[in-house]
Design a protein around this ligand. Structure first.
Ligand SMILES: [Zn+2]
Length: 336
C-alpha cells in the first residue's frame, strides 16, 4: 500500500501527493475508472500517507528524505509516500486502524445502516491519526437512502474527515454527490507495463504474459488474477473447444456444452469465452477476413445470452452451429 506499489497511475498519485504536501486535501474524492487499475490501492496509500507518522520524500535524484521531506521544495519531490513502519502504517495495513474504515456493498447494495455508523463516527475527532478516512468501494451501489446520507455529510463535512468514493464510472452516483467531490480519473494500463510486471511478479514467459495482458484489457488486477487462478486449466478447456469447432466435431461439442451447462461456474464459462475472443481477434489481425468478425460477433452474442440467464446449453449449441456455418466457407476454411 505504498504509492510506489500502484502501477501506471502517475497523474492521480501526483494530484493526491501534492494535495497532502500542500495541506489542501478536499473532503471528498471520487476515484473513477475501470476495475483492477489501482483505485483501491491508491485509496489505501492515500489513507496511509495522510496518517503516517514519518512520511518519506524521495527527490528527483532518488535520495530518500525522512521527516516529511520538510527540507525540500514541492517541485524537488519526486515521490512522497508513507514510511510503512510506524504504528499507523502497520495498523492500516492490517485493517485495524480506528480512523480508517472500508465500506463495501453487503450483498446487493451499500445499506443505510452502514452509512449511519459512518455518520455517527465522523462527528468525533480522529482517535489516533490526523484524519479519519472512509473508503467507500463500489459507491454506485449505495441505495437511495445511503446516497442521501452521504450527501448530507458532504454538505457539511466535519473537520479532518476524508471520504473516498470508488466507482467504475459516474453513472449511478447522484450528481449532487459528484459536484461535492474532487473527481480523479484512473485509466487502463498500457500492455507493455502489464507484461513487464507479470514477468517480474510471477516469473512467467513472455508469450504467456502477452496472452494474459490481452485477456485483461489493461486491467492489472485482472492480469494478476489470471496468474493466480488456475487459468492454465481454463485455457486448456477453451483451446479444446476451439480445436473441436475447427474440426466441426459436433457430437463432442454438444457433450461439452451439456457439461458446461451443468457447471455452476458461470464465471469460468465467461473466462473460456473471453479466451476464445482473444484467440479469434488475434487470428483476425493476422488474416483480416469478415468471417473472423462474424465469429467474434457470435461469441459476444453468446456471452450476452448467458449473462441474461438464457439456457446455457442451448446458447452454446447455437454458438457451435453458427460458428460452423461461418467456417463452411471454403476459402476461409483454408486459412483457419
Ligand atoms: Zn508510517
Amino acid at each position: 500500500m505504498f504509492f510506489s506499489d500502484v502501477l501506471g497511475q502517475e497523474l492521480p498519485i501526483k494530484i493526491i501527493q501534492n494535495a497532502i504536501k500542500k495541506e489542501k486535501c478536499a473532503h471528498a474524492y471520487l476515484f473513477v475508472g475501470p476495475e483492477g487499475v489501482g483505485k483501491k490501492s491508491t485509496a489505501f496509500a492515500f489513507a496511509r500517507l495522510l496518517n503516517c507518522k514519518n512520511r518519506i520524500a524521495i527527490d528527483s535524484k532518488g535520495e530518500k528524505h525522512e521527516s516529511n521531506g520538510d527540507n525540500l521544495d514541492l517541485q524537488d519531490i519526486n515521490i512522497y509516500d508513507s514510511c510503512g513502519e510506524c504504528i499507523s502504517c502497520k495498523k492500516i495495513k492490517k485493517g485495524i486502524h480506528p480512523d480508517v474504515s472500508f465500506i463495501y456493498p453487503e450483498k446487493k447494495d451499500i445499506r443505510i445502516n452502514q452509512m449511519r455508523v459512518l455518520k455517527y463516527q465522523a462527528q468525533f475527532k480522529p482517535m489516533e491519526g490526523r484524519w479519519k478516512v472512509y473508503i467507500i468501494d463500489k459507491a454506485h451501489m449505495m441505495n437511495k437512502e445511503s446516497a442521501n446520507s452521504v450527501l448530507k455529510l458532504l454538505e457539511e463535512p466535519p473537520d479532518k474527515v476524508l471520504i473516498i468514493l470508488i466507482a467504475q464510472n459516474k453513472y449511478g452516483i447522484l450528481p449532487t454527490i459528484i459536484s461535492r467531490c474532487q473527481v480523479i480519473k484512473f485509466n487502463l494500463l498500457p500492455s507493455d507495463l502489464i507484461i513487464r510486471s507479470l514477468k517480474e511478479k510471477y516469473n512467467i514467459e513472455e508469450k504467456k504474459a502477452l496472452f494474459f495482458s490481452r485477456l485483461s484489457h489493461g486491467s492489472i488486477g485482472k492480469a494478476f488474477s489470471c496468474c493466480e487462478e488456475k487459468m492454465d486449466e481454463t485455457k486448456k478447456k477453451a483451446d479444446l473447444l476451439i480445436s473441436k469447432m475447427k474440426k466441426g466435431d459436433f457430437i463432442s461439442l454438444f457433450s461439452e456444452s451439456e457439461k458446461l451447462s451443468f457447471s455452476k461456474e458461470k464465471e469460468e464459462l465467461k473466462k473460456i469465452l473471453n479466451i476464445m475472443i482473444v484467440f479469434y481477434r488475434e487470428k483476425m489481425y493476422e488474416n483480416p477476413t469478415s468471417e473472423y468478425i462474424k465469429i467474434l460477433e457470435v461469441i459476444l452474442q453468446t456471452k450476452e445470452s448467458i449473462k441474461r440467464n438464457i439456457n446455457v446449453g442451448l446458447a452454446l449449441d447455437e454458438m457451435f452451429l453458427n460458428v460452423n456455418k461461418i467456417m463452411e466457407n471454403k476459402k476461409f476454411a483454408e486459412i483457419i
